[in-house]
Ligand binder design. Structure first.
Ligand code: SAJ
Length: 413
């Protein structure tokens, strides 16, 4: 079986390599010539546990190209970004992928969409473009199989998680199911295309709304003079309650974006957009805490520890750090950044000691495990303030070294 995977990013590349490692001949297609060359020289463009081993297993059955070619299966895993001004999905990449597939599409082929899209996109946007090939849907098979893997555990989750497969018709659903069965160990649940599109958005929206609730609890607890972390621990003792963790905001290419795909064609959405607004406002709230702490200090410098969007990964897409840095700079704070996981970032990245030297406040924005190992005695600050926006530190260790520690939502303001 030959599979053409369109898009070699965080989802497309691991998926392509999984299929290849399980026996398929895979052509990975990406519009970036430099990425294609890099891969064909045996390099991987990002880190993910197990990816290097998988690449070795896939050797001889995977190659990268800038154009698709005739295949049995075409899989689309390109980004669907959000227009930040209008909060409407930008489908240009999925449209382009469908247009590139069309000239190669033949009767009996299967096209799978993995990219996250607003409900109805397959029928309204993608299938009509594929039909420009002259082959009608039904004569080619079509299914939406949204990915569910979490960065940092992508390979484990791609194989182990259950999957939703929504086909255009029975044959499409069954064919797509048998193809994913080559490496998916989790249960596969079958449905129609539009339901699969909707389910994917529900999942990420559910998480976003629950994080927003935790973030609102943090701010309410602060007003009440209560430590929200203790309160959450106690509330979660209830058998049917799971409050998530407050933090500096929601990043990543999925949860910070996908909920807007539900609101774009609806006049009914209220909670979804409110949750998005709460989570998007968290960097402002962290800045408000920072401001109150640094009020008497002239020309303050802030050291940001953690610019990745979440712990133990190098991914900075939609990271709350971007907004926090912009807001803080607008207020005249000098900024230093430290993140041992991140390689590329618009702001220069320093080691912990240099990032903290002469600074007035360290703001922990990301819950990297390694931050727990930092020895506060090694840091030469001008003023010893710490804001722990993730509640990850051993606070006693820091206060013993003379640091004043604020935890987001600790009720002390
Ligand atoms: N976050 C909090 N508090 C929490 C949990 C998370 O503030 O209690 C923050 C994180 O720090 C991060 C953001 O939310 O900034 C999102 O992180 P995440 O770990 O919740 O999710 P992602 O974006 O890495 O991956 C999500 C997953 N979706 C769900 O858990 C429903 C993953 O399964 C999806 O495959 C992925 O989106 C995707 O690609 O859609």
């Amino acid at each position: 079986m030959k599979i053409c995977v369109m898009g070699l990013g965080y989802i497309g590349l691991p998926t392509a390599l999984l299929f290849a490692a399980h026996g398929a001949n895979v052509v990975g297609v990406d519009v970036k010539q430099s990425l294609v060359d890099y891969l064909n020289h045996g390099n991987l463009p990002f880190k993910e546990p197990g990816l290097e081993d998988l690449y070795r297993e896939a050797r001889g059955r995977f190659c990268a190209r800038t154009e698709p070619e005739a295949a049995d299966v075409f899989l689309i895993a390109v980004p669907t970004p959000l227009d930040p001004a209008t909060k409407v999905s930008n489908l240009s990449y999925v449209k382009k992928a469908a247009d590139m597939i069309a000239p190669h599409l033949a009767r009996g082929n299967l096209v799978i969409l993995e990219s996250t899209v607003p409900p109805g996109t397959s029928e309204r946007v993608i299938i009509p473009r594929l039909e420009k090939s002259g082959v009608a849907v039904g004569d080619f098979l079509y299914a939406h199989c949204p990915e569910r893997a979490i960065p940092g555990q992508t390979l484990q989750e791609m194989a182990g998680n259950c999957r939703i497969i929504g086909g255009y018709d029975r044959d499409s659903t069954d064919q797509a199911t048998s193809i994913y069965r080559t490496f998916v160990r989790g249960q596969i649940y079958q449905t129609d295309t539009r339901t699969a599109e909707f389910v994917k958005l529900m999942e990420n929206t559910c998480r976003d709304v629950n994080i927003a609730l935790a973030n609102e609890f943090a701010q309410l607890a602060e007003e009440c003079g209560i430590n929200v972390w203790e309160a959450i621990t106690l509330a979660n003792k209830h058998p049917r309650v799971t409050v998530l963790n407050p933090g500096p905001g929601v990043g990543g290419h999925c949860i910070a974006i996908d909920p807007w795909f539900l609101t774009e064609n609806s006049t009914r959405c209220r909670m979804v957009s409110t949750a998005r607004e709460i989570n998007d406002s968290m960097p402002n709230y962290v800045l408000h805490v920072t401001r109150s702490l640094l009020s008497g200090i002239r020309n303050p410098t802030i050291s940001i520890f953690g610019v990745a969007y979440k712990g133990n990964i190098s991914d900075t897409r939609e990271s709350p750090a971007f907004k926090f840095i912009q807001l803080a700079e607008n207020e005249g704070y000098s900024i230093r950044c430290h993140d041992p996981h991140v390689v590329e970032f618009p702001h220069p990245l320093m080691d912990a000691v240099n990032a903290a030297a002469g600074s007035d406040c360290i703001v922990f924005l990301t819950d990297h495990d390694c931050f727990r190992m930092i020895e506060p005695a090694t840091l030469r600050m001008r003023t010893k303030f710490v804001i722990d926006a993730r509640n990850i530190l051993d606070h006693e260790k820091w206060t013993d070294q003379g640091f004043a520690v604020r935890i987001l939502g600790d009720g002390s303001s």
